[in-house]
Design a protein around this ligand. Structure first.
Ligand code: NAI
Length: 244
């Protein structure tokens, strides 16, 4: 039997990259899947591939996030897992960064998980069980030149994770975060050569990048009953980058 058999899981940002890898693994483990993204064509394709319910929504919009969660519960009649994975970058040095680019990144990466989590928590609280997994980043811990908005959003997401774990723990809802290092996806393909070299030099495990499935395995652990006594943690998936 799969580790997520009979459980309903919402995964945001599931049209590609890490979110898609999580969808694939969760499908193998028997979850009822609801995949949320703004990229309609790719999302429909991925949902078809994994026999999942696609929901086109912008998670930074309150109405759309609440409605996405309602659709998931309406379709499967339960909601045990929420993976807040959708995220964006708008890189640039802080002194030159447009305030709109700061707002845009905070809105998707931090307000999005806040809105999705409280919408999901309504159902999870009634069932007295739930798992929320937030996709942070090592840069939310270390900071990163050129990513003031992104690093602040990911650091904020860690604080949100710890706060929600305290507010919701008494109702059986576990809230944890993952801090991926450098994972090969569309997002990291946009980084400069210097930034890539800087990250690679910090990877203890032989200067190799991580793969989306490496992060998906951590998301599975934090979503499955195997981690039921764990809440409020940040699990790095970074090849050792954080300790260098
Ligand atoms: P990606 O850019 O390949 O995919 C992100 C997905 O989120 C896309 O399908 C996009 O359409 C969707 N999305 C963006 N804004 C959205 C919104 N407002 N509403 C709904 N969907 C939205 O990114 P990747 O690399 O797969 O990253 C996934 C998560 O992991 C992000 O939160 C990212 O910050 C985080 N992360 C990635 C790392 C990496 O090295 N790739 C490292 C650390 C963290």
């Amino acid at each position: 039997m799969g580790q997520l058999e009979g459980k309903t899981a919402i995964i945001t940002g599931a049209a590609r990259g890490i979110g898609k890898a999580i969808a694939e693994l969760f499908a193998e483990e028997g979850a009822n899947l609801v995949l949320v993204d703004m990229d309609e064509d790719s999302l429909n394709e991925v949902a078809g591939e994994f026999n999942a319910e696609p929901v086109i929504a912008d998670i930074s919009d309150e109405k759309q996030s609440v409605s996405a969660v309602e659709k998931a519960f309406g379709k499967f009649g339960s909601l045990e897992i929420l993976v807040n994975n959708a995220g964006i970058t708008r890189d640039g040095l802080a002194i030159r960064m447009k305030p709109e680019d700061f707002d845009a990144v905070l809105s998707v990466n931090l307000k999005g998980p806040f809105l999705m989590s409280r919408a999901a928590a309504r159902y999870m609280m009634k069932a007295r069980y739930g798992k929320i997994v937030n996709m942070s980043s090592v840069v939310g811990i270390m900071g990163n030149a050129g990513q003031a908005n992104y690093a602040a959003s990911k650091g904020g997401l860690i604080a949100l994770t710890k706060t929600l774990s305290k507010e919701l723990g008494g109702r059986g809802i576990r809230v944890n975060a993952i801090a991926p290092g450098f994972i090969e996806t569309e997002m990291t393909r946009r980084l400069s050569e210097a930034a890539v070299e800087n990250f690679l030099s910090k990877v203890i495990l032989g200067r190799t990048f991580g793969k989306p499935v490496d992060v998906a395995q951590a998301a599975l652990f934090l979503s499955s009953p195997a981690s039921d006594y764990i809440t409020g943690i940040v699990l790095p998936v970074d090849g050792g980058m954080l300790i260098t």
